[in-house]
Design a protein around this ligand. Structure first.
Ligand code: ADP
Ligand code: MG
Length: 285
């Protein structure tokens, strides 16, 4: 592409909230036929809420769990912390376990909160909550568990909404001949429900934070890949992708690793960027 046409193309894009941080990304995006998306915060709002819960041990138990989650930055943790009203007990030794959960001491007991895999890894028997877990999964809600001294004491159904423009934006990409992939640390059932709703071709779920980079590498064996993400955990995948696209509402680390930033956080920006890239390169040829 000539320098002038790239300036025109990136200028047009900027007017619609699509910022090209690197000029050659416009050309690289034109050759991309696989777009992979992070799920939470990218295709979904990333503002989950608790829609159901089962707690053993009443308000004391709920307050201990909420106290731990109040220390965590994870959006799921904020939703769970909001379940308790009034003052929370003191917490010590808080530790966040990336992609799994959190753990701390509350009132002389060890409280762990997180995924089923996290509980399994700690030897917690989830037997009392397996029925609720199955029910939540059929509602495409993520079951999040809590344990007190390694005894399961709660399960929460955590639900996040798909962004209003996601369905149309992904359909527009498909109409441009793009293959769609989605990656998530969430449960398979939840990720597949979101993927099916949006017409995603390939869904990879239950990934640990480091796994997204490897999935991008696997997809790249079929051709150039664009990856769209918002989180700290997405930075390695954004850097590895042929074109990294970050949500403007995302973390600074993701934005710095990206070639393109979507100012509004709207998924439609991805299709718009691809259209502008194609139009710019066609003008030149
Ligand atoms: P995603 O890829 O969906 O953004 P993460 O990799 O951040 O998810 O986390 C994966 C899973 O780990 C979550 O779905 C949740 O079950 C669990 N998890 C992580 N941190 C916490 C926390 N602080 N409290 C509860 N659950 C957590
Ligand atoms: Mg995310």
């Amino acid at each position: 592409a000539t320098p002038v046409s790239v300036v025109v193309g990136t200028g047009r894009a900027a007017q619609s909230g699509v910022l090209f941080r690197k000029g050659d990304a416009l050309e690289r995006l034109n050759s991309v036929h696989i777009v992979a998306f992070d799920k939470t915060g990218t295709l979904t709002e990333g503002r989950p809420s608790v829609i159901d819960r089962e707690v053993i041990g009443g308000a004391d138990s709920l307050h201990a769990i909420a106290a731990v989650e109040a220390q965590s930055e994870h959006p799921i943790a904020q939703a769970i912390a909001d379940e308790a009203t009034g003052p929370l007990p003191a917490v010590s030794g808080f530790e966040a376990v990336s992609g799994r959960g959190a753990i701390a001491q509350v009132g002389g007991a060890e409280i762990a909160v997180g995924s089923a895999a996290f509980m399994d890894s700690r030897g917690v028997d989830l037997g009392p909550f397996r029925d609720a877990e199955a029910r939540y999964l059929t509602q495409a809600a993520t079951p999040v568990f809590a344990a007190k001294d390694r005894q399961a004491c709660a399960v929460f159904a955590v639900a996040d909404k798909v962004k209003p423009d996601a369905q149309e934006a992904l359909a527009a990409l498909k109409a441009q001949g793009v293959r769609l992939a989605m990656m998530s640390g969430d449960r398979r059932e939840v990720a597949q429900a979101v993927g099916a709703q949006l017409g995603v071709d390939t869904v990879r779920a239950e990934l640990l934070p480091g796994d997204k980079l490897d999935v991008v590498k696997q997809l790249q064996t079929d051709g150039p890949v664009a990856f769209v993400g918002d989180g700290i955990n997405d930075a390695p995948a954004l850097a590895q992708a042929d074109v990294g696209i970050a949500m403007g509402a995302g973390t600074d680390v993701a934005i710095e690793a990206a070639d393109i930033v979507l100012m509004s956080g709207a998924v439609a920006g991805v299709a718009r960027a691809k259209t502008i890239s194609g139009a710019t390169l066609r003008n030149i040829r």
